[in-house]
Design a protein around this ligand. Structure first.
Ligand SMILES: Cc1cc2nc3c(=O)[nH]c(=O)nc-3n(C[C@H](O)[C@H](O)[C@H](O)COP(=O)(O)OP(=O)(O)OC[C@H]3O[C@@H](n4cnc5c(N)ncnc54)[C@H](O)[C@@H]3O)c2cc1C
Length: 441
């Protein structure tokens, strides 16, 4: 691919000022890495790409201006929020421009039941603004500093998902997206029309502004319990999901994973840990469940910060802490199903050193199965064994769009005909003229 990166740099300097553009090697380096190191399979393949230019548009309209300028010059554009995506989705695999949204961070409006925000606003900032208006975000990830644009494009769910499901279940009400047609236009999409832009890494359009759903604020408590045995904690995971009002988050770990988490009196050494964000009205019911299973409540804390702290030990985060405690040792697979509770020994035996981090959900629990890393082949060989046990899994060791990829490819064929938006992440690209499908490797 040949393009005029110098010309784009000059144009973006005129648009954003000298502070809005950089080609400093250290800056390019930082803009070219994300959370891919969470996967040793991906880490072995790094670096997968390097930015040639970074730009920081300061508003939704400037995001559109920057994309249009890059597209007119045929320069690939990889959008970037906080860079916490854990599959290499934010790595600029074909070089070109990294469009960093972190300065487009206006909270435009908090209305009744919604927040209208620019793409770079951190999730914790939306929650804080919503709280000040007596409301709360439907869901946010354990990476609470990640951006709304990055969460909608690269995430899946988190705190709030027990009640509200995953990202594509109605969280994003309206989006202003930018297509790669060369015009600096914000395209407004709502409801079902917004859905195809969710969780496909910006390959069909870059989110410049989002209206996301809020709900009335509840009085939450950060709830820490512990158990002698992991099986005791597991035995209350499904009942916890059915507590009313529905918990915002319920996570549990055995003693090794729990021991890798930040020190906290709520997580005593050598015991299995259950951490939850519970409506204050449900504390008696939750306490009865814990004690009925032979556990004990360690501490219950008030305040939004205490809840955020519980969130930061959920979903992929325990795996990251485990990797810090035991460098170069563990990988993980994202898993789901009742077998996580009912067949825990067999599930953990799929990989050497297998350990489950579990999250309560309505229907069936989900989790992160950690194992000792030997080779990529061994990781993939475990998938069949998980399937045989009735465990659903998500391969978090590849960077391709894997949620509705054909739908994304069809949309991108019209919204990004030159294939400039986060190139390298779509396995299927459909030629809009001929309908020919080209499989990228
Ligand atoms: C330790 C750890 C814990 C995690 N926990 C969770 C969790 O609880 N729940 C969860 O869902 N995810 C989780 N993730 C994954 C990640 O944090 C989410 O995908 C996250 O919300 C990404 O936000 P970000 O701002 O860091 O996006 P980035 O990593 O910068 O980008 C993510 C993807 O979206 C694209 N993108 C960024 N901004 C835009 C935009 N404005 N428009 C279009 N595309 C864009 C990027 O190109 C990239 O493909 C975790 C990751 C790690 C490493």
């Amino acid at each position: 691919m040949t393009y005029d990166i110098d010309g784009l740099e000059a144009e973006l300097r005129a648009l954003l000022g000298d502070g809005g553009v950089s080609r400093e090697p250290a800056v390019l380096e930082r803009a070219s890495v994300d959370g891919a190191r969470l996967s040793p399979v991906l880490a072995e393949q790094l670096p997968l790409g390097r930015a040639e230019l970074v730009a920081w548009p300061g508003s939704a309209q400037q995001i559109a201006d920057v994309v249009a300028a890059a597209v007119r010059r045929g320069v690939p554009v990889t959008p970037r929020g906080k860079g916490t995506g854990n599959y290499g989705q934010a790595i600029p695999m074909r070089g070109g421009l990294v469009l960093d949204t972190s300065r487009a961070r206006a909270i435009v409006e908090i209305g009744d039941g919604y927040a209208l925000v620019e793409a770079g606003v951190p999730m914790a900032a939306i929650e804080k603004a919503a709280n000040a208006a007596g409301q709360q975000v439907l869901m946010y990830p354990s990476t609470t500093a990640s951006s709304i644009g990055g969460f909608l494009s690269g995430g899946s769910g988190g705190t709030g998902s027990i009640k509200h499901g995953m990202l594509h279940h109605g969280f994003a009400l309206e989006l202003d997206v930018v297509h790669a047609g060369g015009e600096a236009a914000l395209v407004h999409v709502e409801g079902a029309a917004a859905e195809p832009y969710i969780h496909n890494y910006g390959t069909a359009g870059i989110i410049a502004r989002a209206k996301v759903a809020l709900e009335p604020l509840q009085e939450w408590r950060a709830f820490y319990a512990s158990f002698e045995q992991f099986e005791q904690a597991l035995s209350v995971i499904r009942p916890f999901a059915d507590i009313e009002p529905t918990p915002r988050l319920v996570s549990a770990d055995g003693p090794v994973l729990a021991g890798a988490l930040p020190e906290d009196e709520g997580i005593p050494a050598g015991r299995s840990s259950l951490r939850a964000i519970l409506d204050v009205a449900s504390i008696p019911a939750a306490t009865a469940l814990v004690e009925g299973a032979g556990g004990r409540v360690e501490v219950v804390r008030e305040g939004a910060r205490a809840s955020l702290q519980v969130s930061r030990t959920s979903y992929n985060h325990p795996i990251e802490y485990l990797q810090h405690a035991y460098p170069d040792t563990y990988f993980h697979v994202e898993v789901s199903g009742d077998a996580l509770v009912d067949r825990i020994d067999e599930v953990q035996a799929v990989y050497p050193g297998g350990m489950l981090h579990i999250e309560a959900q309505k229907g069936r629990p989900i989790g992160m199965l950690a194992g000792e890393y030997r080779s990529a082949a061994e990781v993939f060989a475990g998938f069949d064994r998980l399937t045989a046990l009735g465990v659903g899994f998500h391969n978090c060791h590849q960077w391709y769009v894997d949620y509705e990829p054909a739908r994304t490819a069809a949309l991108a064929a019209t919204t990004d005909p030159q294939g400039l938006l986060n190139p390298g992440k779509l396995q299927e690209r459909v030629d809009v003229q001929t309908g020919h499908q080209d499989v990228q490797k």
